[in-house]
Design a binder for this molecule. Structure first.
Ligand code: AMP
Ligand code: GLY
Length: 429
């Protein structure tokens, strides 16, 4: 058994979940840049930021990495996979990463591939804005900036003044803005492994984007997720594959450099069960990754490595059959102004979780290990607690049970993760 050196890029809860999955393969020697206290337990962290392309290239070379696995989108949009070539990389080249980097580019790709999505208009001059807002009136306005905005680039509002102000400011700073038709329905996230040889859809999950219970309050990076999402029935899955995944695979993999990585398909499923694309991302979702990655069992490295050399079609491994649910613990003030630097109690850093059913574990995100070994909060989303069981209810009970043993002053979490999938929450006092 030859050891393999894997360099994982990123530092969030997503990357801790990826690290846990990769390390289940005994061949993997893990290095992470920059990583977090969770990944530090599984391998070596290197103080190279995800935005430092030269530093990452040098590190990959110094380590002679067999595979580079990229967690976040920014280095992909900046061309990391292109610069690493021919070193194997899980994550697409810049020309494909534009699917996430530019909403207008994504819309053009969907049009070329014939994929269902909301109608839209690009507005470049403020004098054309009124007309465009009129064209989409009668439903909430959906205004999208055409830049990587870290989850802050979209406004959905009934208030025309707010829509106008957001759009005008986007035109001023970015040179244009997208106005999109409002789609009604239920959202789901489909993570699709993809390379020139084929694709593999992982079971669909559902994120909880609003900060507050019953989907109230501002949008966040995600406050919790569960997998599988029952809204994606077998019939819906079939439509997603035939109408969206297959044509996108053909579109993305028929050129000179195929898409190699995971395509995150953000879906809206209407009352007839017809799926529409809300967005594409070129990476795993956070926190969707935390509830999907464990389904790869011991084989995450095998899947990722195959994708990096267009051999996905030759991998025929079963996925773990289980239900997962994760609850994010966020800092006081998140998402607008998170308070950090507070002690986290009850977070003994233990060995990697088993992926035996009926277990719960912590995915580390915005956590710093102080010189004395104590753990403090260092970001908006501090950690997430993931439960895995035979049902979503069992997964929820396990996750909330583990969460109740943690303490972070001012920390907050949603107590209704999974409610749309029928999970009940006796833990709500
Ligand atoms: P995006 O960054 O494009 O995923 O948008 C962020 C969130 O805004 C999505 O997860 C949806 O909840 C909402 N959203 C975006 N586009 C639409 C749309 N066309 N109709 C309804 N909601 C939308
Ligand atoms: N959870 C949504 C995202 O990762 O974009």
């Amino acid at each position: 058994m030859e050891p393999v050196t894997v360099l994982l890029i990123g530092s969030g809860g997503r990357e801790h979940a990826m690290a846990l999955a990769l390390c289940r393969d005994p061949r993997v020697v893990l290095h992470t840049a920059p990583g977090n206290p969770g990944t530090a337990q599984l391998g070596t962290n290197h103080p190279v930021g995800a935005a430092d392309l030269d530093g990452l290239l040098q590190l990959a070379e110094d380590l002679n990495a067999n595979l580079v696995v990229v967690g976040p989108e920014a280095p992909l949009c900046a061309g990391l996979a292109d610069a690493l070539a021919p070193r194997p990389c899980f994550g697409p080249v810049q020309a494909h990463a534009m699917l996430e980097g530019s909403k207008a580019f994504a819309k053009a790709a969907m049009e070329a591939a014939g994929v269902p999505t909301a109608g839209h208009r690009r507005v470049k001059r403020s004098m054309d804005l009124d007309d465009a807002l009129d064209a989409f009136s009668g439903r909430p306005w959906v205004i999208k900036r055409d830049v990587l905005a870290g989850g802050k680039g979209v406004l959905v509002t009934d208030d025309r003044d707010k829509a106008e102000a957001f759009a005008l400011s986007a035109i001023t700073t970015d040179g244009e803005v997208l106005i999109e038709a409002f789609l009604e329905g239920e959202e789901a996230s489909m993570l699709v492994l993809m390379d020139a040889s084929g694709y593999r859809c992982l079971p669909a999950s559902q994120d909880h984007k609003r900060v507050g219970e019953h989907d109230q309050g501002p949008n966040t990076g995600g406050m919790g997720a569960y997998c599988p999402a029952p809204v994606v029935t077998a019939a819906v899955q079939k439509k997603v594959e035939s109408r969206i995944v297959k044509p996108m695979h053909t579109h993305l993999c028929s050129g000179e450099v195929p898409y190699r990585g995971v395509l995150y398909v953000g879906l809206m499923i209407d009352s007839k069960g017809d799926p529409y694309v809300v967005e594409f991302n070129v990476r795993f979702g956070d926190p969707e990754c935390q509830v999907t990655m464990p389904l790869l069992g011991d084989d995450a490295y095998t899947w990722f490595e195959a994708v990096s050399r267009d051999a996905l079609a030759s991998v025929d491994l079963p996925l773990v059959e289980a239900s997962l649910l994760t609850v994010v613990l966020a800092s006081e003030g998140y998402p607008s102004s998170p308070v950090t630097g507070r002690a986290i109690e009850g977070l003994a850093m233990t060995s990697p979780p088993s992926t035996e059913p009926s277990t719960a574990w912590v995915n580390i995100a915005g956590v710093r290990c102080e010189d004395d070994g104590s753990l403090t909060s260092s970001g908006g989303r501090v950690l997430s607690v993931t439960g895995m069981g035979a049902s979503l209810q069992e997964a929820a009970d396990l996750a909330y049970g583990r969460l109740s043993t943690l303490d972070l002053l001012g920390g907050h979490h949603r107590r209704d993760i999974g409610a749309r999938a029928g999970v009940t929450h006796p833990h709500i006092e």
